[in-house]
Structure formats: structure tokens, C-alpha cells
Design a protein. Structure first.
Length: 654
């Protein structure tokens, strides 16, 4: 009896389980029906068609950024009638064999299989260019179009930058999920165009196909941007910077070149060391990185004092042996050569921290706002407002604020307690070269649409019409020439391609504990030609391991760029102011003594001593010299009259 009861119990359990399965199946079908009804409401959708982005051109009108169109090809086998398919499949496969380089049998067997399945979205080939697409559209069956021939084309747009191999990746930038950067981000409103609209039909989960061959709204191509970037100059500057970064084993560096009169930027390069010990343009340091400028700020300090008539070029400052004790702190000269007394020109030439601090502190200690008003009037406390995104805010302290102390002013004078980006510093120096007119850096020159000009950028945007009087500017320009002729950059002085500027060396971690390794920023900012400037340029190299002074690390890059431009533009009016000087030096090197016949002392700087000393002695002058190599200083100034048996002292250096 017990066995029969167990059997009945098992049967009832089994019947109950079957009923549960049937119930689950019914519920599942109800959900399927509901989802199917929902899907029917969403089998058609409106989708955007991406517009073709405009091109970016270099200064020579060559393309440096462009969009190329590729096509993915699909086949809707249900759209192709059976008779059309069977009559032409062999001819179609013959054509595809030639175009896609696969055997005819591969296409024939696969197409027969997909036709039987009724595949509505079979992928034939990806990334086909336009030329091959036109060939494909002429093939049997496909020449009937999308509705009868089942040919579906999906357009894709790829962005190509041809400028990246010369350090232009960050300068060109992007405008995508990473945000806006460089020219792509700055002028995206012109480049992006207007997207189109088309209808698409769902044929399976997450797969949609165009409903017909036309569009509801066709896309409108973007406009073309004509930039100021110069490919040949960018190439020279890129390799010069890259070489120096490897030599000095620096962390990163940047170079910017600017046209003095127009503000156009033909070169902007940023390179940073990677984990593989290579250098790539990963961040735009030229625009983004604000640092204490160091000695390049001394020019601004002197210009302020000249404007207020606190100093004149003949005044003497006691530099106290290169050490100045102030408020329990010490200001030291890193280029001290034993001179205790210097005039302002010598202070800038030799980059004396003590000299510049004493000038400003002694005249503005009681009223620092009088000094600061110049920095605010020059708008050094504000962004330039360039088109390229990412410009950092400068930092200029304000007397009376919590970040101001009794030593802020003297330390500011040689570039500490403030922050400026390389482009902000260059913009100021460019104003000095441009007779006081400060202009906004310019990155594009024209916008065009289908070859027609839409907008031109011909007139420079003036930030400040005059940063100082011409009298003060002339004195400062003379000082900056002296930096290269006689001062911290004299190693690279050459009268055949003269330039003016200021070296800078900034200690980066001076506020940290002493056991940490000291790191520096090395820089040089200036312009050329020295007398009639056409270009201004800044080079900043951060955290070099080998050498750290501006003359060791930054000036070689600037010098390479200046030499190249002088050579490239030698047939223009670029050299008019220096022609006589070049011929003069040429005569000296040819060892012809007639250059002294008029009894006028020539400029001997950079002339080899072994060539000029015998000539001077043969003419009856008493020569005293120290060192070997080229002349770096002379006791008798160029242009002075010479007397018989006059003593001439020369200083030589390798």
C-alpha cells in the first residue's frame, strides 16, 4: 500500500511540475508578444549623418588636417529578386574577385548561403574608398541600387593630421570626447559643418540599415581654416628642440615663434619625455604651463623703473660682491664675475639678481603699488585671451593681500613669486620689438567655404597700443642687444645674424627640503634681427639634467632657428641693416689692413684673436689681451677715433 501511495504522490508532483512549466511558458510568450508590439513602434528611426569636417591648411596652403571618407558595404539579400540574383551572381563574383582580391568561389558560395538565409545586412567589405565604391556600384546586381540591387553603403569619416610628425599634435589639437584643444577645438564652429538626417529601419537587435538611398536632410561640409603655421619652420624648430631635450635629458620643453608686426604664430612646439625615453607632444606647455619666469622678468622690472624715471642708463649700483642681505634672506648672483659696481645695462647683461633687486627695492619699497601699476597696465595679471583653449591664468601678487610679504617685491624683480606662461612672456617681448605695441598672438589668417573667403584675419588685434615710451623702449632694446653681445648669451653672438634677448634660469623647488634634487627651468626669449625685428621667439626647457643655465640649454635652440631664418630670407630686405657690418667682418677675416686706414675703431666682437691681433700690432697699436679664442670685449668702443701707439685691451674666449 505504501508503494502505491508513493507512486500516486510522485505522479501528482510530476503533474504539478508540468503545469508550472506550462504556466512559465505562457508568461514568457506574453512577454514576447508585448516586446514585439513595442518593437513594431520603433522599427523606424531618424539618425544623424555626420558632416565632413573642414580642412586645416598651413601658411603655404598645404593641408595639415583633413577628413577622409571611407565606406562600409553591406548587402540586403531580401531586396534582390531571385531571378536577378541567379542570372547575375556569376558575373558579380567575377567582378568582386578582381576588386577585392578573393577567389570567385568564395563569394559565390557565401552569397548563395546568405540568400537562402535572407540576410538583410551582410557585411561585404569595410573602409572602401570613393574610387573603388564607384566601381562596385557599376557591378551586376549592385548597379540596380539599394532597393532592387540590395547595395547598402555606410559612410565613415576619419580625421588625418599630417603635421604630427613635426611636433604639431597638440597645436592642431582635437574636438571630440577628450574635449577641445588646439586649432581643432578653437575653430570647431567653422570646421564641423552641419549634420544631415536620414531614416533607418531596424532589421535585428542593434542593427539598423538606411531605409532608402536618399537623405531627408543632406549634411553640409565644414569650412576650411587657413592657419599661420609654417611647416618648414616647424620642422627646423622641432628637430632643434628635440636634439636639445635629448642632450640635456630634460623633462619637457616648448618653442614659440611669432611674427613681430602681425602677431602670427608660424611655430608652436611642445615635447614631453615618455616612459620609453622618447619625446612626444602630449601637452601644450606653451599655452597651459605657468611658471616663475626667472631672469626674463628683469627686463620688465627695468622698463618700469625707466618709465618712472627712477633710473638712468649711467647710474651706478653697488652689487656688494654678488650678495645682498635683506630681511634675513640672501639674494645672490649666479653669474657674478667680481664686479661690485654696475650700471643698469650691465646688470641686465650679466643678469645680476642683486643689481635688479636693489634698483627696484630702493625706489619702490615704500610704495610697491607704484611699481605694480605697470604690471597691471601691461595686463600681465590677465590672460591674453588667445583662441586656442587651455590658457592658464597668470599670477601677479597684489600689495596688501595675504600672499604679499616684505620680501615679495625684491624677489619679484628677478622673476619669482609670480607666474606666467611662455606665450604670455613672449607676447610682452614681442611688444618691445614692435615699438611698444602689444598684439594678440594670431593662429589663423582666413576662413573659406568651397574656395570662397568667408572671413579674413588681416589686422592684428591690439592688446596695448603702447606699453612704454619710445625713449624707454630704445634703452631696453639696447640692453637686450648687450645681453647677446657682451652678456650671458655672448657665446652665441655673431654679427652675421644678430639677435637680442634675455636668458632665464629659474629654480623650481627652492621652497622644498634641502635633501631634494634641485631642478630648473632654462629659457631664452628675444627677437631678430636686433635692429629691425621681424620675429620674436621663446624657448623654455624644463628640468634638464645636464646643464641648467639658459645659455647652455635654451639659447642653442633659439640660435638654430634664427640661423635658419636668416639663411632662408637672405634675399629679402631682412638684412639691410646688417649688410655693411657683414662686409666689414669679411674684410677682417681676409686679413686686409685697409679697414683701419680711416683711424676708426671697428667692432671686433666674435673676430678670432689670432687673426686680428697681428693686424692691430702691424698698424702700430699696443695690444694687451687675455684668454684665447674670439674677442668678447674691447677697451676702445667701435666708432671711436684711434691714436698712434694707442693701447687696446682685448678679452678672448673660446
Amino acid at each position: 500500500m505504501k508503494d502505491k501511495r508513493h507512486i500516486l504522490l510522485y505522479k501528482s508532483y510530476l503533474i504539478g511540475f508540468l503545469f508550472i512549466c506550462i504556466a512559465v511558458r505562457i508568461i514568457f510568450n506574453l512577454f514576447q508578444i508585448q516586446n514585439t508590439s513595442i518593437d513594431k513602434r520603433f522599427v523606424i528611426r531618424t539618425n544623424l549623418i555626420r558632416a565632413k569636417r573642414g580642412n586645416i591648411y598651413a601658411s603655404d596652403n598645404s593641408i595639415i588636417a583633413m577628413s577622409i571618407i571611407k565606406y562600409d558595404i553591406y548587402i540586403d539579400f531580401r531586396s534582390i529578386k531571385e531571378k536577378l540574383f541567379q542570372d547575375n551572381i556569376s558575373f558579380l563574383c567575377d567582378s568582386l574577385e578582381c576588386l577585392l582580391r578573393k577567389p570567385k568561389s568564395f563569394f559565390y558560395e557565401r552569397f548563395q548561403f546568405e540568400k537562402k538565409r535572407g540576410n538583410r545586412y551582410f557585411l561585404l567589405v569595410k573602409n572602401l574608398d570613393y574610387t573603388h565604391l564607384k566601381r562596385l556600384q557599376s557591378f551586376p546586381i549592385f548597379n540596380q541600387g539599394q532597393i532592387r540591387g540590395g547595395l547598402i553603403t555606410e559612410k565613415k569619416i576619419f580625421r588625418i593630421h599630417t603635421f604630427e610628425n613635426v611636433g604639431g599634435k597638440r597645436t592642431l589639437g582635437y574636438d571630440d570626447h577628450r574635449g577641445k584643444a588646439g586649432l581643432e577645438g578653437a575653430f570647431s564652429k567653422y570646421l564641423k559643418g552641419k549634420n544631415g538626417i536620414r531614416l533607418e529601419q531596424r532589421i535585428s537587435y542593434k542593427i539598423w540599415k538606411p531605409l532608402n538611398s536618399g537623405n531627408q536632410v543632406d549634411p553640409e561640409d565644414g569650412k576650411d581654416v587657413y592657419s599661420t603655421l609654417d611647416i618648414s619652420l616647424q620642422d627646423v624648430a622641432y628637430h632643434a628642440l628635440l636634439k636639445e631635450l635629448f642632450i640635456s635629458r630634460a623633462e619637457h620643453g616648448c618653442v614659440i615663434l611669432m611674427d613681430v608686426k602681425s602677431g602670427k604664430i608660424p611655430v608652436m612646439i611642445n615635447l614631453e619625455k615618455t616612459k620609453k625615453n622618447t619625446y612626444e607632444d602630449l601637452r601644450n606647455f606653451a599655452v597651459w604651463e605657468g611658471n616663475e619666469p626667472g631672469s626674463t622678468f628683469k627686463t620688465m622690472s627695468l622698463l618700469a623703473a625707466l618709465e618712472d624715471k627712477k633710473i638712468d642708463v649711467n647710474m651706478i649700483v653697488n652689487t656688494e660682491g654678488g650678495v645682498f642681505k635683506l630681511k634675513g634672506k640672501e639674494i645672490r648672483d649666479s653669474h657674478y664675475r667680481g664686479d661690485k659696481k654696475m650700471n643698469p645695462k650691465q646688470i641686465l647683461e650679466r643678469s645680476s639678481n642683486v643689481g635688479i633687486a636693489k634698483i627696484i627695492y630702493e625706489h619702490y619699497e615704500k610704495n610697491p603699488k607704484e611699481f605694480m601699476k605697470h604690471l597691471y597696465r601691461w595686463k600681465l595679471n590677465k590672460k591674453i585671451g588667445i583662441d586656442i583653449p587651455g590658457e592658464s591664468d597668470p599670477f601677479i601678487p597684489n600689495p596688501g593681500n595675504k600672499n604679499w610679504s616684505e620680501i615679495t617685491l625684491p624677489w619679484m624683480t628677478f622673476g619669482y613669486n609670480i607666474k606666467l606662461t611662455p606665450l604670455q612672456i613672449l607676447t610682452f617681448y614681442n611688444a618691445i620689438a614692435n615699438k611698444g605695441k602689444m598684439i594678440k598672438p594670431l593662429f589663423i589668417r582666413e576662413i573659406k567655404f568651397h574656395g570662397k573667403s568667408i572671413k579674413k584675419y588681416t589686422n592684428p588685434i591690439v592688446i596695448n597700443p603702447s606699453i612704454a615710451t619710445e625713449t624707454s623702449l630704445k634703452k631696453v632694446r639696447n640692453m637686450l642687444e648687450g645681453v647677446v653681445k657682451n652678456g650671458t648669451a655672448k657665446k652665441y653672438y655673431n654679427p652675421e645674424y644678430p639677435y637680442a634677448g634675455k636668458t632665464g634660469t629659474t629654480q623650481l623647488n627652492y621652497w622644498k627640503k634641502r635633501f631634494l634634487t634641485t631642478t630648473y627651468n632654462s629659457s631664452f626669449v628675444g627677437y631678430f634681427p636686433a635692429k629691425n625685428p621681424k620675429y620674436s621667439c621663446i624657448v623654455v626647457i624644463s628640468k634638464p639634467e645636464k646643464g641648467y643655465y639658459g645659455i647652455e640649454v635654451a639659447v642653442p635652440v633659439f640660435d638654430t632657428i634664427a640661423r635658419y631664418i636668416y639663411t632662408r630670407e637672405k634675399k629679402k630686405n631682412f638684412f639691410k641693416t646688417n649688410k655693411s657690418n657683414i662686409n666689414f667682418i669679411k674684410k677682417i677675416k681676409e686679413s686686409k689692413p685697409y679697414f683701419l686706414d680711416k683711424g676708426i675703431m671697428p667692432n671686433l666682437i666674435s673676430v678670432p684673436g689670432k687673426e686680428i691681433i697681428p693686424i692691430l700690432e702691424n698698424k702700430g697699436f699696443s695690444i694687451k689681451y687675455k684668454g684665447i679664442g674670439k674677442v668678447i670685449s674691447q677697451s676702445v668702443k667701435p666708432g671711436n677715433k684711434l691714436k698712434r701707439n694707442q693701447v687696446i685691451s682685448l678679452e678672448l674666449e673660446e
